[in-house]
Design a binder for this molecule. Structure first.
Ligand SMILES: Nc1ncnc2c1ncn2[C@@H]1O[C@H](COP(=O)(O)OP(=O)(O)OP(=O)(O)O)[C@@H](O)[C@H]1O
Length: 257
């Protein structure tokens, strides 16, 4: 499904955190929201999965203002993996993943065989199947993260929101999880700090600086020495990935001035 932000502002407690952001994401594209700490990436994503309401502007999913649809329909369309998924109850990993089926109206009932199959597939995709019977609270940070990503996969969304999906993961799982998300073939909107991973997976990158969209385009258009210096305050050398042909950065703080 297509995702559009149209002149979106977010103001919290009198402070405008996101200013006039307009972006259009074609159906099935994998896009990265990048930018320094506090630039507004999570805030922008929250407007898409309705954890926040813009103070101005509109977020549209498949052409429809997402505030005009029910929370349930929104959850059928949009699944989110976020950094703030507090789980107080001591569910097993499999039970946590099963909650991804709630918007479909059947977390643990009726068409159980189908739901089990979807959850199993989701756990396999996120390499979390072997954790099924483990208590969620006993899992390591990276294991929990993969279970929560599996839950988002189990939701069978048309739009997948990933807020820093790789931050607790080892290198193998960073690639595995992003590849799995790409394999779903749905629209993916991911906030990423790792610019090299972003360049490898994203069709388009949107750079936020102090809540404003300051640069956007393909990885080749966005990953430049000037953008690194100006918006990320770091120097670097840009090389080309030998197989993928996308830009990759060798960071070099001495090059920043
Ligand atoms: N509920 C809130 N109340 C007050 N300020 C907030 C709130 N939520 C976010 N902010 C502020 O808005 C700014 C953007 O926050 P946001 O979490 O969107 O940034 P981010 O780009 O995702 O950052 P990071 O890379 O550190 O995760 C920050 O300065 C943050 O402190």
């Amino acid at each position: 499904m297509r995702v559009e932000y149209d002149a979106v502002d977010v103001t919290i407690d009198g402070a405008t955190i996101v200013h006039d952001v307009t972006v259009s994401i074609p159906s099935g594209h994998f896009v990265g929201i990048v930018g320094p700490n506090g630039s507004g990436k999570s805030t922008l994503l929250r407007c898409l999965y309705r954890a926040l309401t813009p103070s101005a502007g509109t977020v549209r999913v498949d052409g429809v203002d997402n505030l005009t649809v029910s929370m349930r329909l929104n959850a059928l369309q949009v699944a989110a993996f976020t950094q703030d998924s507090p789980l107080q109850f001591d569910f097993t990993a499999a039970e946590v993943v099963a909650t991804g089926r709630l918007p479909h109206g059947r977390a643990f009932s009726r068409d159980r065989a189908h739901d089990h199959l979807v959850c199993r597939e989701a756990m396999l995709l996120a390499d979390a199947q072997h954790l099924s019977e483990r208590s969620f609270l006993s899992l390591s940070g990276g294991e929990r993260q993969r279970v929560l990503i599996a839950r988002a996969f189990a939701q069978e969304p048309k739009v997948l929101v990933l807020d820093e999906p790789t931050n607790h993961l080892d290198v193998h799982h960073q690639y595995a999880v992003l590849s799995a998300a790409k394999k779903l073939g749905v629209t993916v909107v991911a906030a990423l700090h790792d610019l090299n991973l972003a360049a490898q997976y994203c069709d388009q990158l949107f750079v936020l600086g102090a809540g404003r969209l300051v640069c956007s385009g393909t990885p080749a258009e966005v990953i430049t020495v000037d953008v690194l210096r100006r918006w990320f305050e770091i120097g670097g050398h840009i090389i080309t990935h030998p197989r993928l042909g996308v830009p990759q950065i060798i960071f070099d703080e001495k090059e920043y001035r």
